[in-house]
Design a binder for this molecule. Structure first.
Ligand code: WAQ
Ligand code: MG
Length: 637
């Protein structure tokens, strides 16, 4: 067996103590340990020492007393008064006749001592041989200390629990009370064999240099020297020191909220809403002023379409305002099933399941179809709701490069799995580009993986009839799971998933966002159904949207901005967050609403204007807007 050494470090500056520490470690750990202790001496917050002494001494195993660590518990305390009251209660339970007086000794007489006061709790007499210095407990260590990462900083808790365990086992010691003398650390404890090491989180005001230790003695005075001998001379190793789980620094309960807001504002990332006073349409009203809406997801302008609004109003009058329950309890109306059948028909699927939002459709679906043993392969630009669904699933998440099917192939080979999912947006919400569906589906199928496509920005948008990404690619391929929303081109609210009967049945039983939410209200459902029917009957509305895209992109290019898109999402690159905000603000002042999109929605430093077109935008408005965008880009630094 490795020999054990006691190693002690003491550092001073101009004869004054700066820091000290000691350990008992196996010979093999001695060099690393002396190095760490030396660093600790040289880097001490109290100042640079001019004298450092590191002393190593072999200790015979039979000289070492091995003690089990006291068990640790923590009492929260909102104020020093509360903490000190807890301390007195514990002392009373230990049989101390005058707990208040003992706590006063700790608060009033310890200042400036290097050791502890040794107090007779019955006579209230101080028993230390040297009252200026106090009694020091030394020659002790955590039995595992050599195996633990050695911090050059002093670890309050780790050292205190070792000391408290030794002191509590000293002859005739009832226990100990302590407050850290560190001005930034207001914690202390009451330690005893009886109650263990009870941490008390707040015993003094922050910033106070107060601190000290009192060892509580009960016994004949003649035997004091034996107690002191044990404390100062006996070698002790403490076993099974528990880890401290809580963070040591207690922050104000508002600190996260306040500091986050301050940081967002400082980095130009703070957002607030623009409140509109009219329906969502090609023109909207804000503070009494008309704005050209170039930022809406209501691509087909159906939120404001008379037959859609009428359907919502009629349904509210016939079925009431709320659905009254979750889908699997009382919240399924004929309207829900009618809409699901209509969506399945529109998308050419067996069945569909409607969720309250697109976000919930993605979170519920992804987290249900994969689990902890699976792998999800996810495009790096996928929507946040897909990312959140992946996280919630506890599956391994492998992110592949944006729309890069070679990278997807490589990542699948590098991450073999029993089962898994490839998931991608159909139209990427911030870039407006379209997924390489044929290759994605082929790759997923070849590797035996499920494929899922989010058509939030594709339904009603892609394909001559607006049926989405499958139509866009000429019905040549089809993902297993086709997700979409009712809140964008369909002008209502909600999300949905289309697929096979078993898939939909599975989701009704396993998608938690479906099971544990009150279902959509009658007005939402009827509006969505009317909008889907409108698209089926009026494919020319989809073509108007596609035409608006061509007109706007052409106009941007005429004005020197390189813009092309197959979809109504047209990103105009800016880069700097603050500049993007300034440009968007200038356009806003000129009556054009285009959002500046910033981190965390897109990567840092890739801020952009995100123009979103509607089928009802007229050519003149689009050309004027393109010119205004170009002017703002060239004039605003
Ligand atoms: N023996 C006796 N008394 C000592 C010793 C020693 N080896 N070391 C320090 N003292 C006395 C001295 O008067 C100090 O001013 C006082 O104790 C406090 O010492 O989160 O950090 O090193 O569970 O500041 C307790 C809570 C932290 C830790 C204790 O003590 C936790 C602490 P400090
Ligand atoms: Mg201290």
């Amino acid at each position: 067996m490795d020999k054990l050494f006691s190693i002690k470090m003491r550092a001073s500056a101009a004869g004054k103590h700066v820091s000290g520490a000691e350990k008992i470690v196996p010979e093999s750990a001695l060099p690393a340990c002396s190095d760490a202790l030396l660093k600790r001496a040289l880097l001490h917050a109290k100042g640079k020492p001019d004298f450092v002494n590191v002393k190593c001494e072999e200790v015979a195993p039979e000289e070492i007393l091995r003690l089990k660590s006291l068990p640790v518990s923590t009492l929260p305390a909102a104020s020093p008064e509360e903490g000190l009251a807890s301390m007195e209660t514990l002392l009373r339970d230990l049989g101390v006749p005058d707990p208040h007086a003992v706590v006063r000794v700790l608060l009033e007489f310890c200042q400036g001592m290097r050791g502890a006061i040794l107090l007779d709790v019955d006579s209230m007499e101080r028993l230390e041989p040297d009252q200026a210095r106090g009694v020091r407990a030394t020659r002790m260590d955590d039995a595992q200390s050599a195996a633990k990462p050695f911090s050059t900083l002093k670890n309050h808790y780790a050292e205190a629990i070792v000391l408290a365990t030794k002191v509590a086992h000293a002859p005739r010691i009832l226990g100990e009370i302590c407050i850290s003398d560190d001005p930034d650390y207001a914690t202390g404890y009451v330690a005893s064999k009886r109650f263990g090491y009870v941490r008390i989180e707040r015993l003094k005001p922050m910033g106070s240099p107060l601190g000290g230790r009192v060892f509580l003695y009960r016994g004949p005075k003649e035997l004091v020297s034996e107690t002191v001998e044990f404390l100062e001379k006996r070698h002790v190793l403490v076993e099974d020191v528990p880890e401290l789980r809580r963070p040591l620094v207690r922050k104000s309960k508002w600190s996260r909220i306040e500091s986050t807001l301050a940081e967002l504002k400082e980095k130009n990332l703070h957002r607030s809403e623009i409140v509109l006073e009219s329906a969502q349409s090609a023109h909207v009203v804000h503070q009494g002023r008309s704005l050209l809406m170039l930022a809406s997801n209501d691509y087909l302008d159906l939120a404001n379409e008379p037959c859609v609004r009428r359907a919502a109003a009629d349904a509210a009058l016939a079925f009431g305002s709320g659905s009254g329950g979750s889908r699997l309890t009382t919240g399924t109306l004929t309207l829900h099933r009618d809409l699901e059948r209509l969506l399945a028909d529109f998308k050419g699927a067996d069945d569909a399941i409607v969720f309250d939002t697109g976000y919930m459709a993605n979170v519920g679906t992804v987290s249900a179809v994969v689990g902890p043993d699976d792998v999800v392969f996810s495009d790096e630009l996928n929507h946040a709701s897909i990312i959140d669904g992946c996280r919630l699933s506890k599956a391994k998440i492998v992110v592949y490069r944006h729309n890069d099917m070679d990278d997807l192939e490589r990542k699948i080979r590098e991450n073999p799995c029993g089962s898994g999912l490839v998931v991608s947006d159909a139209v990427f919400s911030m870039d407006g580009d379209v997924v390489d569906l044929p290759r994605l589906v082929e790759t997923a199928n070849r590797h035996g993986l499920l494929s899922m496509i989010d058509e939030a920005h594709a339904s009603g948008v892609l394909g001559a009839a607006g049926r989405g990404v499958v139509e866009h690619f000429g019905e040549t391929c089809r993902p297993d799971i086709l997700m979409g929303t009712l809140s964008k081109a369909f002008g209502s609210s909600g999300g949905f998933v289309c697929g096979s009967d078993p898939l939909v049945d599975f989701l009704r039983n396993k998608a938690r966002s479906y099971i544990f939410s009150t279902s959509l209200s009658p007005a939402d459902l009827a509006a969505a159904a009317a909008a889907v029917r409108f698209v089926m009957e009026h494919p020319e509305r989809v073509r108007s949207l596609q035409r608006a895209v061509r007109v706007f992109c052409d106009a941007l290019r005429v004005n020197g901005i390189d813009a092309r898109s197959e979809t109504p999402i047209i990103p105009i690159h800016v880069g700097d967050e603050a500049r993007a905000v300034r440009i968007s603000q200038r356009l806003f002042d000129q009556g054009i609403l285009i959002n500046a999109i910033r981190y965390p929605t897109v990567a840092k430093g890739s801020a952009r204007l995100r123009a979103a077109l509607m089928a009802t935008h007229v050519d003149d408005d689009l050309r004027d807007a393109a010119r205004a965008v170009a002017d703002a880009l060239s004039e605003i630094p």
